[in-house]
Design a protein. Structure first.
Lengths: 207, 207
């Protein structure tokens, strides 16, 4: 089998399994159910994945890959910290709302039991993203403070009361929570949501 | 049995069940497991709840009661919209971080399958809270715009680019996401988190 086909069918399995896990619950979905939904034999499925735990881990790992490739990597090249943060907000919201990947990425937030060693690997990748975002927040705040120092009297300096860490968690909460309320037919879509969440992060609700 | 005792033991059952559901997963936890953890006979448990679905529904319903009693009701009496929003942020974060209720309230966000009629009732209560918050955001924005109009030139008016609805979802995301990263031994606790999230909502990351 050419490598492309193998990769495609693995991703196809992960997407189908993710959808079943969300519809029926992880425990209530068997390997047989996954195979049947894919019109695969049980052997065909086990050829790709040896257990349901492995599928769940690979779904979560794939979700982190998507974040790496479509959010982190593209913004790394942006020199200006503020522009980098604006791009990150936009790209992360686009990933979360992507119809193709939504079933995969949403699984990151379900606290299904995963064997400790696998859970640890996912958590390590999540932590890397949080640290990346935390450092970016710190850079943006520092950059703005420099600008402010040049133009404003000392008494009016930005106080920096919101720590980079709290800001990072706040932004992740805003974005990762979208799946809880998002409706494909609703008013709030990527193009309306991205500028509003960006303005809120940069200037609060009075932006 | 005096009414107080009945209520207490129902809440005790809900708390224990919520903890088991989170530790083992909803599907993997049986009514027998719940009864055993409470040192109740299966009959004793069924005296209070007829099914696992009923327990899950009552956990979620109780979580919404807690939100009603400890967040919505106390803030209703606050005349000034900005103060009302500040109080809501503080009280909601306190509920989410309350060691006693955390196991109950976190269950609101697990997308376990619930029979449609019961799911509908929980969703209706969630929607009520979102609308309450959305209206409050609109009031706060309006109030501030009035003040701004008195003191600032027209060109500098707050533009109100963040809609009350997007602001409501953003705040709910920030707060309801806390359970995903919160650590009792971590630096970010209620007293440090409340002012930072409040500042971020009112003024963004440069507040």
């Amino acid at each position: 089998m050419p490598r492309e086909t193998v990769v495609d069918s693995r991703q196809e399995i992960l997407r189908t399994a993710a959808r079943l896990f969300q519809q029926r619950g992880y425990d209530a979905t068997s390997m047989n159910d996954v195979a049947a939904a894919l019109k695969l034999s049980k052997g065909g499925l086990y050829h790709h994945f040896q257990s349901k735990d492995e599928i769940l881990f690979e779904i979560m790992n794939h979700a982190m890959e998507i974040t790496q490739e479509r959010v982190i990597n593209p913004v790394r090249g942006i020199a200006d910290p503020e522009e980098r943060l604006r791009a990150l907000i936009r790209l992360h919201i686009e990933v979360v709302l992507s119809p193709r990947d939504r079933e995969i990425t949403v699984m990151l937030h379900e606290n299904h039991p995963l064997p400790p060693a696998l859970r640890k690997r996912i958590n390590a990748r999540k932590k890397d993203y949080i640290h990346f975002l935390e450092n970016l927040m710190a850079e943006v705040q520092k950059e703005v403070q420099k600008t402010v120092q040049k133009t404003v009297q000392p008494a009016q300096f930005a106080k920096g009361k919101v720590s980079p860490r709290a800001a990072a968690f706040a932004l992740l909460g805003m974005i990762n929570w979208i799946y809880q309320w998002y409706k494909p037919e609703g008013e709030l879509q990527a193009q309306t949501l991205i500028p509003q969440f960006t303005d809120l992060i940069f200037g609060g609700i009075f932006a």
